[in-house]
Design a protein around this ligand. Structure first.
Ligand SMILES: [Zn+2]
Length: 434
């Protein structure tokens, strides 16, 4: 059967076709002719395929451009170090800082598609900058879900910005949808960093691994420790066995909620204000059995009280501040912070506005002083929230500015050592499994 002829687009050699008109050939057969003519429907199919290929090519090119440019653009906008003149550090402060054990309880750097083994002009933290800041132990957090319009007052769990971020950054397709896959993927990234010997990074899961790190550093070895934290336990996807699976691969710190209420508890920034659910209680109990540490950052006051009542293991608040200095919805009441400290807890003071209200080095140090006065020296630590879509006045390479500012503010050497890392060291030597 002869295909019906119709005026249409005749493909030229460039493959993109040109409009043509003409008359039906006298033999009634559609001919493939260069130039104006009639096309068969088979030719039409061919053209449709070419058009489709063209559209796909445009989409692919668009995706490649987005894939290459968007992560850097996003990070430049979201993880900001405010421009500043270099901080003046006295030789005394520099020498003291170089002698410290420095630990930071929270950084979201694994969320971004940067090679953390290289120094970057993006974000606030990478391995070279950790070294420059003399950081001995860094807790790497995994953010796995973040609602649109995220705020400190009230959020629902209905939306999620990480899906788009995962796609744009070329995460494995499984991690576009599954929160557990997102936690696993970010843990994979940490394992990759640790596996490269030139990075001088070791994963700390047990007290013996931690002791090895400490003695290596004491012998002058250029090695840093890394620990893993999930920011909210929604990646468990309601399954207790997922906690065991992540723990076997190196998870130690278990955040309970992030910005929205989840299957474990109400969030500090959710809608219910609820305490622990049955699943939340099961996770906290299992975490204690596995000698893990619960992180109460972003957790509702009711759930914090439930956690303190349920487990006799001390908790951390990996990143935050004190309401008595900074009265935002991001911070828990001073009274509850005292309860956390009385149960042996540790508070990581952040470096961004929502936690300390004044994010200058002096502002951060004033929050630290307030915490020491409120809770006692043993309960205050650092919790930067670097690369957690925060704006800071210094990146991790510039941490000596905190030592300098504490000296300027009359802190004793013992106080500086405790806050900068010795409190975390003591906590982990007590709490890590053998
Ligand atoms: Zn956070």
């Amino acid at each position: 059967m002869i295909d019906q002829c119709f005026p249409g687009v005749w493909p030229d050699d460039s493959g993109f076709g040109r409009k043509s008109t003409g008359v039906l050939p006298s033999d009634g057969v559609c001919h493939r002719l260069k130039g104006p003519g009639y096309l068969s429907s088979r030719d039409g199919d061919h053209l449709t395929m070419k058009k489709l290929a063209y559209v796909l090519l445009v989409l692919f090119t668009f995706f490649v451009v987005i894939r290459m440019a968007a992560p850097a653009m996003l990070e430049h906008r979201m993880n900001v170090v405010l421009p500043h003149a270099p901080y003046a550090i006295t030789p005394e402060a520099r020498a003291l800082h170089a002698s410290l054990f420095v630990a930071d309880l929270h950084s979201d750097s694994l969320l971004w598609s940067r090679d953390l083994s290289r120094r970057s002009d993006r974000g606030q933290m990478d391995l070279p900058r950790l070294r420059e800041g003399n950081v001995a132990l860094q807790v790497f957090s995994a953010t796995t879900k973040s609602p649109a319009g995220q705020n400190y007052a009230s959020n629902t769990a209905d939306s999620d910005r990480i899906t788009l971020l995962a796609a744009v950054q070329g995460w494995p397709i499984k991690a576009w949808g599954s929160l557990m896959a997102r936690a696993q993927y970010q843990l994979d990234k940490l394992h990759t960093l640790v596996a490269e010997p030139n990075n001088g990074l070791v994963l700390v899961r047990t007290s013996s691994e931690f002791a090895r790190l400490l003695s290596a550093r004491e012998q002058g070895e250029d090695v840093m420790g890394a620990m893993y934290l999930i920011e909210g336990a929604h990646p468990l996807e309601g399954k207790l066995e997922n906690l065991d699976a992540l723990q076997r691969r190196g998870l130690h710190f278990v955040g309970i909620t992030h910005f929205f209420d989840n299957a474990l508890a109400g969030s500090l920034h959710g809608q219910s204000g609820a305490g622990l659910t049955a699943f939340g209680r099961a996770v906290v109990t299992r975490a204690a059995e596995l000698e893990m540490t619960v992180d109460i950052a972003h957790v509702s006051p009711a759930a914090v009280r439930d956690i303190l009542a349920l487990s006799n293991r001390p908790v951390i608040l990996s990143h935050g501040g004190f309401k008595g200095v900074c009265d935002t919805d991001r911070n828990l009441s001073d009274a509850l912070m005292v309860e956390v400290a009385q149960a042996g807890g540790l508070i990581g003071v952040g470096y961004w506005d929502g936690a300390v209200c004044d994010a200058t080095p002096l502002g951060v140090v004033r929050s630290i002083r307030y915490g020491i006065d409120l809770l006692g020296l043993s309960h205050v630590a650092l919790g930067s929230d670097y690369d957690g879509t925060v704006t800071t006045h210094f990146d991790t390479s510039e941490l000596a500015v905190l030592t300098q500012t504490m000296l300027d503010e009359g802190f004793t050497e013992a106080e500086i050592r405790a806050v900068m890392g010795e409190n975390v060291k003591r906590f982990l030597l007590d709490q890590l499994p053998d």
